[in-house]
Design a protein around this ligand. Structure first.
Ligand code: E4P
Length: 224
């Protein structure tokens, strides 16, 4: 499983990059706008925190193939390293994806809600497709089932495009995606924490500490 952080909050990125096996960061225009600061300063700071080897996915703000390609080239040039341009699915986006494929710029096709959209994006040359799990669940669209169908179809057609499931509101959605063989997920820092949390784990750790201290007080193994 490839874990990616879905935020532009620098403190959250610093923290999660240090404590979790993160493969990179994804953003979208809403996420960037939430920070309400200079665009280039923000994304370059994200790149500086995660380094050149980790993936940085930044979404285009353009709507025509020509302008999407122009923006993607500029983003790639300034953000360097493992960079992917996020492009919403649509005719202009597909055309841009086919051109960017020839230029060697990775594309994450986003705003995916159906397997038919995902398959088309993969055939156009997208490196990742990003289905929105929770937004589908919100309308009884069964987001994780859609992810499972996309995973199966990409495998059936021998595509090397990866599924980057997005839009999560709980750990169960992430767990089901993992069970269905989804290649990667992009989640918030809160969801990342939920994935490793369990009250029985807390109780077990408290029990170990209590039993140890009852005999050895504050001494640790390093003090023996
Ligand atoms: C990522 O590609 C998506 O833009 C993001 O995960 C959407 O999440 P949301 O539905 O919580 O806004």
């Amino acid at each position: 499983m490839i874990y990616i952080l879905d935020t532009a909050d620098l403190a959250a990125i610093r923290h999660c990059n240090e404590f979790y096996p993160l493969a990179g960061v994804t953003t979208n225009p809403s996420i960037i706008a939430r920070e309400n600061t200079d665009f280039w300063t923000l994304v370059e700071q994200i790149r500086a925190i995660i380094g050149e080897d980790k993936m940085l996915h930044v979404q285009t703000t353009q709507t025509t193939a020509e302008k999407i390609v122009e923006e993607a080239k500029l983003l790639k040039e300034r953000l360097t390293g493992e960079f992917y341009v996020k492009i919403p699915i649509g005719e202009e986006g597909l055309k841009a994806t086919m051109e960017l494929k020839k230029l060697g710029i990775g594309v994450t096709m986003t705003a995916i809600f159906t397997p038919t959209q995902a398959l088309m994006a993969a055939m156009a040359g997208a490196s990742f497709v990003a289905p929105y799990v929770n937004r589908l669940d919100n309308i009884i669209g069964d987001g994780t089932r859609v992810v499972a169908e996309i995973v199966n179809q990409l495998e059936m057609y021998g595509s090397d495009c990866k599924v980057l499931a997005a839009s999560f509101k709980n750990a169960e959605q992430v767990h089901l995606c993992a069970s269905y063989g989804c290649h990667s997920v992009t989640v918030t820092a809160d969801i990342l924490k939920l994935l490793i949390s369990h009250p029985m784990t807390d109780a077990a750790i408290a029990g170990f500490e209590k039993d140890w201290k009852a005999v050895y007080a504050d001494k640790t193994i390093l003090d023996f």
